[in-house]
Design a protein around this ligand. Sequence first.
Ligand code: FPP
Length: 253
Amino acid sequence: MKTIKKIFASKEEETIQLDMENLPRHIAIIMDGNGRWAKKRGLPRTAGHKAGIEALREVIKASSELKIGFLTLYAFSTENWKRPKEEVSALMKLLVYYLQKEVKELHKNNVRIRTIGNIGQLPEEAISQIGKAVDLTKNNKGLTVNIALNYGGRDEIIRAVRNICKENIEGNICIENIDEEKFSTYLDTGDSPDPDLLIRPSGELRTSNFLLWQLAYAEFWFSNIYWPDFNKKHLYTAIKDYQMRHRRFGGLK
Ligand code: FPP
């Protein structure tokens, strides 16, 4: 029998019913629209990124309470370096501030923090804070949060191919033994299952180089709201819509 749970999505007691046996195991989110959110209010773009952190906090808490296994968040792409220096620097500072401020609470809630992407190119302070957060939370068994930083799906695939070639030259792997499962283990997401659900707010309808390999069979959920306005009600609605989809993985049923 289905375990249906009534979730209270707001103070106004709007309820959303979720099937607790059909939750996505892994949710990926493109946290988009911070800049437009700020512009609409006559604020600098960085104010939008700051407000985005509030949404991030709420979504991590709600996912953790639902016992979702994995959450992968697109925070900074390989292409985001093209933004003005001041914005890049503000984003890096926000990352450091966020980790410093939140890591204890995340740890208390059994959240495991990891990153995907080539973090070696981030500022030293960011690398150091990431290292501390990853280390502190590495044995936690609750929600795994993968933060995508200097991440690009194409870059990730190229790095995986290079590593495979290197191991092949060293005689550690035979090309014949590379199949989809094996290849996946060379990606940054390593042992995470593929996302079941991709959420992209802000009205854009594309993947923007996010998890190109891993999203092969994910269900996509788009919305016009800007990321800073995204709250747990939107998360529950996305999950509810996901539960209405018929996933066939290329088969018939
Ligand atoms: C996209 O919106 C958002 C980003 C490039 C950054 C996302 C960052 C955060 C939500 C906060 C910081 C994250 C962490 C993990 C501390 P945009 O700037 O492209 O918005 P626009 O399309 O409206 O311009």
